[in-house]
Design a protein around this ligand. Sequence first.
Ligand SMILES: Nc1ncnc2c1ncn2[C@@H]1O[C@H](COP(=O)(O)OP(=O)(O)OP(=O)(O)O)[C@@H](O)[C@H]1O
Ligand SMILES: [Mg+2]
Length: 369
Amino acid sequence: MRIITISNQKGGCGKTTTSINLAAALATNQRKVLLIDLDPQAHATSGLNIKADLSIYNVLSKITNKKCKLEEIIQNLGENFDLAPSSIILSTLEQELSGEIGRESRLCDTLKIFKNNYDYILIDCPPNLGILTINAIRAANEIIIPVEASRFSLEGVSQLTSIINLIAERLNHSVEFRILVTNFDSRLRHSFTMLERIKTDYKNRMFSNIIHVNVKLKEAQNEGLNILAYDKYCRGAKDYFSLSREIITQENTPTLNQTVEKTTVNKAFDKRMKEILKKELPKLNEVVLTVKAPDAKEVYLAGEFNNWKLDEDSRMEQTNGCWTKRLDLNNGKYRYRFVIDGNWTEDPANPLTQLNTYGTLDSLLEVNK
Ligand SMILES: Nc1ncnc2c1ncn2[C@@H]1O[C@H](COP(=O)(O)OP(=O)(O)OP(=O)(O)O)[C@@H](O)[C@H]1O
Ligand SMILES: [Mg+2]
């Protein structure tokens, strides 16, 4: 079984489009495929027109009262093609896992005991380097990094590859990555310039196939269909079908890590790794706090980390009634509360609380890396 994670912390570079359509193309080639939507935005789930009560959150969380096995949440989408859906509540997992030992292996452990006969498991990641992405990298043998040719999108790839190297080193888990050029627009000279740049930096780690800009890919996603079901003769369908064939031809060949010699680029990575990781590692302490308040007009997150201030910095962002705040925190214990339309309240999803001097409860967050 090959487990392939599709990841790039840059938003909108084609991770979900690749996850959905590569999964569909592999399934068309008679490979049994499970797509795991590990992004709380749940774009792969909605892009395949699935609405599910249970999601990958119920599999990975230990505190949910609807705990499930992976096989219990799987939805069949057609011959050889299954989906493990996501939901917005998955964003609370970052908080739940903070401070837990083995938190980066939760998905990997789940897949180890997963009794099902898939040829491929594909994992669609969120656009960040948080604990969900780390879990996806830890669980995978291979990573596809989609890089847009139409934008200056190489920035950040070296951070991601450094994280991959770090996981290999610290968790003794080697995983190889390849760059997939996406959104290639042959009408733009810039696309060719970008392609040349990517080739210079990642010559041995690129797929031969590239994905061209094709509006049908967007239309298909909006219609809740994979591209082969939407229009199997369009350019996008052809591109993802060719990519699936390229991946299939690698089934019996040695892995890149076994064959590719260390290039100058990789040596440069190693050299820069410590320096980059110094910058990037604190981000691994990124904590995401979430509260559901569909009727609220404004919600703040106040706590010891921001001196209990209610200002623009502590204002939370709302999506579908769920309010979220990302924090970069050093190790330690922090008290906090939400302020929902002026009402101070503890975090209903966090069982850890502590009595404060006002006789009410503060929620308690422990960051421990
Ligand atoms: N090759 C393409 N041609 C045209 N549109 C595309 C192509 N690839 C992706 N898109 C569109 O670009 C948008 C972003 O793509 P997608 O959702 O796959 O990116 P993503 O990396 O998963 O984003 P996020 O980081 O938010 O998860 C979508 O509307 C998608 O339909
Ligand atoms: Mg996505």
